[in-house]
Design a protein around this ligand. Structure first.
Ligand code: BGC
Length: 254
């Protein structure tokens, strides 16, 4: 059978590549199309059609990673994409448009599956928390290789304690890579916020390993060692390919 196609629907680009599941590598060069200004189901579906057409025709399954909650193909939240996604059966809409079996999952869950199977968490038992630091914060909880989907840990509210200004912060708005850029934080100042975030996750989940992903993980040498937590914390190794690889992997298992 042909190789599954993985698609990653991100805030700035929608990227696709067929994936060799033995190696976890792209089997052809990745194609990227900028995310439409209005990231509505209709506009994004048109991009997916164009992406699928840029590879040889195939009946192989397609996996799509999206930046929101996904339950049985239906989108449940839209923090950084068009609100009209909420309640949309993305698996059905994409499946009709592409005429192929389509599996839709959360983007961080896709990254988590990929890092555990091929990347930084390969061979790690126990509880692995994979986080992606980008426009938002994505999170995946994987226990002994099994994913618990839709862990929206970027939307935790963190209590900074008495005397702090502000007293509580929304984790994603305060700690995502977009917050670092927006507020022009130094790596050290950003790492202080990340320390608060990861310590909160440590307290709540007692993980065995943290994997830090998202585009900024390629600059891990600038900030990772400044994050002060007990749990081993390692950079993602698949970086920006994790969404595509994990989506293709999930589609092949669906
Ligand atoms: C969304 C998550 C997503 C993350 C990364 C968050 O705002 O709620 O579902 O995984 O951004 O894209």
């Amino acid at each position: 059978m042909d190789l599954p196609l993985g698609i990653d629907f991100g805030g700035s680009g929608i990227k696709a590549a067929p994936v060799d599941l033995d190696s976890g590598e792209f089997a052809a060069e990745r194609v990227r199309i900028p995310t439409p200004e209005a990231s509505t189901p209709q506009n994004v579906t048109a991009v997916l059609e164009e992406l699928a057409e840029s590879f040889p025709a195939s009946d192989a399954p397609v996996g799509v990673a999206v930046p929101g909650i996904v339950r049985h193909g239906v989108i449940g939240s839209a923090a950084n994409i068009d609100q009209s996604w909420i309640g949309t059966d993305a698996a059905a809409v994409f499946g009709d448009a592409l005429g192929r079996p389509v599996h839709v999952l959360n983007d961080a869950d896709a990254a988590g599956l990929a890092e555990v199977r091929y990347g930084a968490a390969k061979g790690h038992d126990g509880v692995v928390l994979v986080t992606t630091l980008g426009t938002g914060i994505g999170a995946a909880i994987v226990h002994d290789g099994v994913l618990v989907p839709n862990a929206e840990l970027g939307h935790l509210w963190i209590d900074l304690g008495e005397g702090s200004e502000p007293r509580a912060v929304h984790a994603e708005s305060w700690t995502a890579n977009s917050a670092r850029e927006r507020e022009d934080l130094s790596w050290g100042d950003w790492a202080e916020r990340l320390t608060v975030f990861y310590r909160t996750l440590e307290r709540l989940f007692s993980p065995d390993l943290f994997v830090v992903g998202g585009g900024v993980s390629k600059k891990a040498d600038k900030f990772l060692s400044l994050i002060d937590v007990e749990t081993p914390l390692v950079p993602a190794t698949l970086r920006n390919s994790a969404g595509i690889v994990g989506a293709a992997l999930a589609a092949s298992r669906a």
